[in-house]
Design a protein around this ligand. Sequence first.
Ligand SMILES: Nc1ncnc2c1ncn2[C@@H]1O[C@H](COP(=O)(O)OP(=O)(O)OP(=O)(O)O)[C@@H](O)[C@H]1O
Length: 884
Amino acid sequence: MTASHSATPSTKPDASTFISDHRAVDRTKLSQMYQHYIETKEKYPHAMLLYRVGDFFECYFEDAVTLAQQLELVLTSKQAGEQGRVAMSGVPHHSWERYATLLVEKGYAVVICDQVEDAAEAAGRLVRREITRILTPGTLLEDGMLKASRNNYLAAVVIAGEHWGLAYADISTGEFLTTQASNLEHLTQELMRLQPSEVLIPTNAPDLGSLLRPGEKSEHLPECLPPSFCYALRSQVPFSQGEARAKLLQKFKVRSLEGLGCDRLPLAVRAAGGLLEYLEDTQKDHPVFLQALRTYTITDYLIVDNQTRRNLEITQTVRDGTFHGSLLWALDRTSTAMGGRALRRWLLQPLLDIKGIRARQDTIAELIENTPLRQDLRQLLRQIYDLERLTGRAGSGTANARDLVALADSLARLPELASLVADTRSPFLKALQKVPPVLSELAEKLHANLVESPPIHLTEGGLIRQGVNSLLDERKITVEGDQQWIANLEVDERAKTGIPTLKVGYNKTFGYYISISRAKADSVPSNYIRKQTLTNEERYITPELKEREARILSARDDLNQLEYEIFTALRDEVGTHGSEIRILSRAVAAADVLCGLAELGVHQGYCRPEMVAGREILVVDGRHPVVEQSLPAGFFVPNSTQLGSRELGVGSSEENSPLPTPHSPLPTPHSPLPTPHSPLPDLIILTGPNASGKSCYLRQVGLIQLMAQIGSFVPASSAKLGVCDRIFTRVGAVDDLATGQSTFMVEMNETANILNHATERSLVLLDEIGRGTATFDGLSIAWAVAEYLAVDIRARTIFATHYHELNELAAMLPNVANYQVTVKELPDQIIFLHQVQPGGADKSYGIEAGRLAGLPAVVIQRAKQVMGQIEKHSKIAMGLQSLD
Ligand SMILES: Nc1ncnc2c1ncn2[C@@H]1O[C@H](COP(=O)(O)OP(=O)(O)OP(=O)(O)O)[C@@H](O)[C@H]1O
């Protein structure tokens, strides 16, 4: 590697000494290669062009500057003909994938222009180069560029007023879905759920084809699209109804879109068609194999907005964004990459349909009951590689021989899986029984053709077994014979010359040679022709050796070419079975998720929740699934929950005593605590000292509900749960500096969103409201919000607060109850019991918490004095008292 290519931090070069703008050059003065570079670059003005020159991929002009800056490489220059020096930066050819991945992760599209012939073949003329790959964040296939545990989505969006269409595909797994809905907020939420790597938007922007990197602003980016994604600006044409429809009909070889479920969804069709066109445009040489388009409806699933997903730490923690400590981390016992991705999808899209939930529960129950089946399945699943992605790579012609061997190994396991589940009742497991015989035959064929551990490179031979192809075998015998001749040559020549250190060697530049130490150089035979002199040795050739070499090299090239052809035919054959393999992959993924959940249920002592159509959330001895796993066994204190049992408008008149109308004068006090026979509350005011466990309890209830709606068993001794339509959370906000919003404004926006969208079927979890403003304002808002949720909406709500005044609501509203997290107060310390019990706390122990945190004693003393005074003269307390 030359210094100019080394991956060391860039130093600031003197830009006046070279040209870094390709438009500023006189092309006629550039040497031929640079002319070709510019021609190629102009076809892909918005991508980084990596151009193969010998052992490096190089960038010139502005791309060189970007490459050096983004990847901290040295920026240097290169003589480009009479024109002078141009900016240059480069990376070693064997590690281009690593550098391309980094660029793609930073939101760049990368075009690979490779040499497609040997420099020697070109013999003086310009080496032939071609575009071999176009990489954009949403169209990756390469193993090393994708995260095994998550899908890599390419999305396309079409917006028409308040209506929108969204299509998305993972080209590595073949998933392709589309939907249409109204309300742009839902579009934002859907994109946040998917976290696409790239989003296509049709625009009239002048710089079509460009890729906006995350955070990059553009007037062409509609406001409802979150700035955190990469956006590709595309022409409107492929997103038009006519073009898009035609593209879909042609791709899926159907006469109407009815079968795909989107014939009446014009925006969904336009988005899907535009996405297909993009794939054709960027993946010319790597045809993308997609499964039939599926149409879905966002309201068929539990809506968990982004805020709630974050607060409940479903896929990553709030504190540091890590996977470790998230719900997914706590639940994932899957054995395959496909199962891991499916579990993530399930968690991000829980069900509303009780039947669907119960079907998953039934399978988990069966797998829990049948321990041998569960264990055997898990054991076998561990031996199955990523069939979805291996098939995708085979279909697009990017799979190597190791991929095909892994695929064959996995396909060969499918009949074993099928026989394991022969007696199952579960439709999920039954799906594994249907292994088309053609797939077993394919596995056999791949095993019979490919060697057990083939090399990564496809053009250097060593891929195909003996006996597969007679021509190949013949050529192998010739090459082996020639190699033996070379091996014998060393022995013969040593004997002839009497030089025991004589060796026969090979290198790429000189081919085969005879090497003799310089000390013996005088005694070489006369037919030796000296070729190279090194410090300690002389290298020779003989006419005979060269003749043999030509034969060997040409035979070897032929051999390698034939092996490559046999290999690509096999790979294409795998591609033709893509659909069958992917159908089974999905079955394997679902079985794996359910097996993992069963395993988890057994080891963590989870129960099967009874899913009902009503509104109740009844949990006996519930636990937080993540905190429980982070604490030593037995340390977590279980707590029960009873919320919202009454069906609205149903039941006895006694049970359904009318609630006060919104904002009517507050009613007279009611019994503050629910007795076993009294109706269960819709809203719980939860008080308790700092760090007693309020937040943990809130989240526990939300997580149990969410787990139940993916069909999982839950951490509790028993549970009866009505299906929720949405889960909302509001948890201590942080300043949103990016949008310039204060803590309080973020909090109010989130609260407004909840009050505007929650229904009596929703679960609302509020962790403090109104703390970011003056005490009176905060308390008043908290009171009004609680009242609105309990009276106007009647959403099932847990409201954790340090405003003990809210406890008075329970005395006035029949569907509000007070609970507290208890502590034991000793003379010089507080013991956290983490028990949630009926009743309201009357103390916060905030000053005590300050003492424990190390505030100076005088400050603590003074704080106690001030508190005494406030309590004595508290207008808040007086005001509320007067409501009685
Ligand atoms: N049920 C429980 N069993 C055991 N430990 C618990 C339980 N609940 C909470 N904890 C522990 O107590 C710690 C504090 O809990 P949490 O953050 O929920 O308190 P909090 O009442 O919300 O505090 P604050 O009012 O200061 O926000 C947690 O980190 C957790 O480790």
